[in-house]
Ligand binder design. Structure first.
Ligand code: WT7
Length: 656
């Protein structure tokens, strides 16, 4: 141990360095129409969190049979609404049509080339029934697994809901994943049927999916049938007896498929996510608790007024955000949404803003990496469009740096929209930490407080409670949407989440608690550096760099260093047309955080290496920084970025 000392009397495990002072209380105008404008939900949940969730389950979800027990908790396994029976697809579709809202638009779907489809709740219900019967005709039954590998087309939602209707569990694999990744996921889940498409549109071109699917299932003995949605119009090979066109199946199917009630703990889906080992984890989610949490959080975090709102979440259905906040949460609440197929810069950098204007989007949910890209493209892009329909903005996926938060608020939100920075994970199923927009005073960069019914605490290395300062985020009580385990690997479930701190769920994120109890998520703890015995979050250094007016985006990694343990290496993308000296930026970071946070080296780069889902690949950057041969680069969106970085790393002089 080096010079670790504790001046505050708290158990600081991560030096809390940035000190963001700005606060944004909800406006009177927003509060007037808000579903929640006081602390009553928090008070209710604090008295009895299980009773609180039971009230939400009863109010927001229709049950065929009532549950007898709210929650059975035998660490690390929970069951919610035990004995209850419901059908998720009934809750997302039938009940809205029965209530007279069949003509309400469920999806304004916008294809990348500019084609569009308007799908009402009645039409969606009809399509889901047809496809559910089509799946049955292929031998899919309750308890089976179905893999879905589709672009962002309405059939993706139809396929998920059709599975839910008949009690088959879906496993959606993001369309950007390779054939090998698909093989691994299908085999782990032992799926019977794969639903894919000929191809989809991306950046003006058709990318073939069926070819990758064919390659994948060559190694998948459990797959009996393949369903192919026609979207790209590209040529595909259909294997007779095995492969079927979606439209042929639906045309031949019976239009009526009653929604069969499912046990509250019936497996709804598997979703694979990366862990610290190379093997992805099949995260298990079930029916009643999951639906309750996603419906509750979608309604209250986005302050949903289902009859007037137009909600748009830019995620892909291949990720948990697409599952919970495009399919299950919004549809359970009867929301009208935009679903967009393509990239934000086709045909030009203002595509998102033109979509918001076209459909009058009121609630918009996207990721910090996208926001920083928009900053890079410049404020003139959103300024070309009337964005005055927007009432609320959301952020998810990584810590949002205060500069991006402020830019989002000013240039997208017109200075008036509250921002909800929502922390959660594939494992949590739904949002856990977030403002409630009509009652929480926000601070740029803080996800603020646990939602009502959620218990979150920060602890230090010794599992001691941190009341002020940095540490590890843990969850202290079960929640309805929590993962029910890792498919086929109970030991890994226990080890990953429940072994680090006794009695607590370990989220893997660093977190800082300020004087007023606000939570500041600092990124994964594997992204936390240790420099001269000081722990510094890569997110904090990045945030400092991005607060410099010339910087658009920054990625920081800790590289091994003989003297200091780790050294801070920064990769920086400048805003168009701007320049800045390395020394000035180092000085800027020192000024924002302190001299210990000064990057040892800064490399300028036109782009950062990212996965296709937009996450910066720090492991690769660490490899580059440490001069290692690069490991697996198959998940990179653009492999040329790394070659360029390596070239620059060799050329650029190292500081000091
Ligand atoms: C990890 C979970 C949640 C859906 C998308 C990602 C990071 C997520 C935030 C946020 C800071 C965040 C965490 C978390 N993360 N949201 N608002 N602020 N960090 O799901 O792929 O399961 O990743 O994303 O590190 O652990 P995921």
């Amino acid at each position: 141990m080096t010079d670790e000392h504790d001046t505050s009397g708290d158990h600081d495990t991560i030096d809390a360095l940035l000190d963001e002072q700005r606060t944004f209380p909800p406006s009177e105008a927003f509060k007037r129409n808000a579903l929640v404008a006081d602390t009553s939900l928090y008070d209710e949940a604090a008295r009895d969190y299980q009773g609180f969730w039971a009230r939400q389950a009863a109010e927001l979800v229709d049950w065929q049979d009532d549950w007898h027990t709210i929650c059975e908790w035998e660490l690390p396994y929970s069951k919610w609404f035990v004995g209850g029976r419901l059908n998720v697809s009934y809750n997302c579709l039938d009940r809205h049509v029965l209530a007279g809202n069949g003509d309400r638009v469920a999806f304004h779907w916008e294809g990348e080339p500019g084609d569009s489809r308007t799908i009402t709740y009645a039409a969606l219900l009809a399509e889901v029934q047809l496809f559910a019967n089509a799946l049955k005709s292929l031998g899919v039954a309750k308890g089976d697994r179905v893999n879905i590998y589709l672009p962002m087309v309405p059939e993706a939602a139809v396929a998920m809901l059709a599975c839910a209707r008949i009690g088959a569990a879906h496993s959606v694999v993001f369309g950007g994943f390779s054939a090998q990744s698909l093989t691994d996921r299908i085999n782990d889940a032992e799926a019977k049927v794969l639903i894919t498409a000929d191809g989809g549109y991306r950046r003006g071109e058709v990318f073939p999916l069926k070819t990758a699917a064919d390659e994948a299932i060559a190694g998948c003995p459990t797959i009996e049938h393949v369903v192919v949605v026609r979207r790209g119009g590209n040529e595909v090979q259909m294997v007779p007896g095995r492969d079927h066109w979606y439209h042929d199946l639906v045309e031949a199917a019976d239009p009526v498929c009653p929604a069969e009630p499912m046990d509250s703990e019936q497996l709804l889906f598997l979703l694979y996510t990366s862990g610290t080992t190379g093997k992805p984890k099949g995260i298990m989610h079930t029916t009643g608790g999951y639906l309750t949490q996603v419906a509750f959080t979608h309604k209250y975090v986005f302050d949903l007024h289902a009859d007037t709102d137009v909600y748009w979440c830019t995620a892909d259905v291949g990720w948990i955000t697409g599952h919970s906040y495009i399919v299950y949460g919004p549809l359970a609440n009867g929301a009208t949404q935009v679903m967009y197929e393509g990239v934000p810069n086709y045909p030009a950098n203002d595509r998102f803003w033109s979509i918001i204007e076209k459909y009058g989007v009121t609630k918009f949910y996207t990721a910090p990496t996208a926001i920083r890209t928009f900053m890079k493209w410049g404020a003139q892009e959103p300024a070309k469009h009337d964005l005055s329909s927007l009432q609320l903005l959301g952020s998810v996926g990584e810590p949002i740096n205060p500069e991006a938060w402020m830019w989002y608020q000013e240039h997208i939100g017109g200075g008036t929209c509250p921002i909800v920075d929502t922390w959660w994970q594939t494992e949590t199923g739904g949002i856990m930490i977030s403002p409630l927009p009509g009652c929480t005073t926000t601070k740029p960069g803080s996800a603020t407080f646990p939602l009502p019914g959620i218990g979150a605490e920060v602890v230090d290395d010794d599992a001691q409670l941190v009341t002020h300062g940095g540490g590890y985020l843990t969850l202290t009580q079960p929640w309805p949407g929590m993962l029910r385990g890792i498919w086929g690997d109970p030991e890994r479930y226990h080890d990953t989440y429940w072994s680090r701190f006794e009695g607590r769920y370990f989220a893997g994120d660093g977190c800082k608690l300020d004087e007023q109890g606000y939570l500041w998520l600092l990124g994964r703890v594997d992204d936390v550096m240790n420099v001269s015995g000081h722990r510094i979050s890569t997110a904090e250094v990045e945030s400092a760099l991005v607060s410099h007016p010339s910087v658009a985006e920054a990625a920081v990694v800790g590289a091994n260093d003989a003297t200091t343990g780790q050294a801070i290496i920064a990769y920086v993308t400048l805003r168009g047309g701007l320049e800045v000296a390395v020394d000035e930026l180092r000085g800027h970071v020192a000024h924002e955080i302190g001299a210990i946070a000064k990057p040892k080296a800064i490399y300028f780069t036109p782009d950062l290496p990212k996965t296709r889902s937009g996450k910066i690949m720090r492991r690769l950057l660490r490899d580059v920084a440490e001069g290692r041969n690069l490991g697996d680069t198959t998940t990179l969106a653009d492999a040329s970025v790394v070659n360029e970085l390596q070239r620059r790393a060799v050329e650029a002089p190292t500081e000091d």
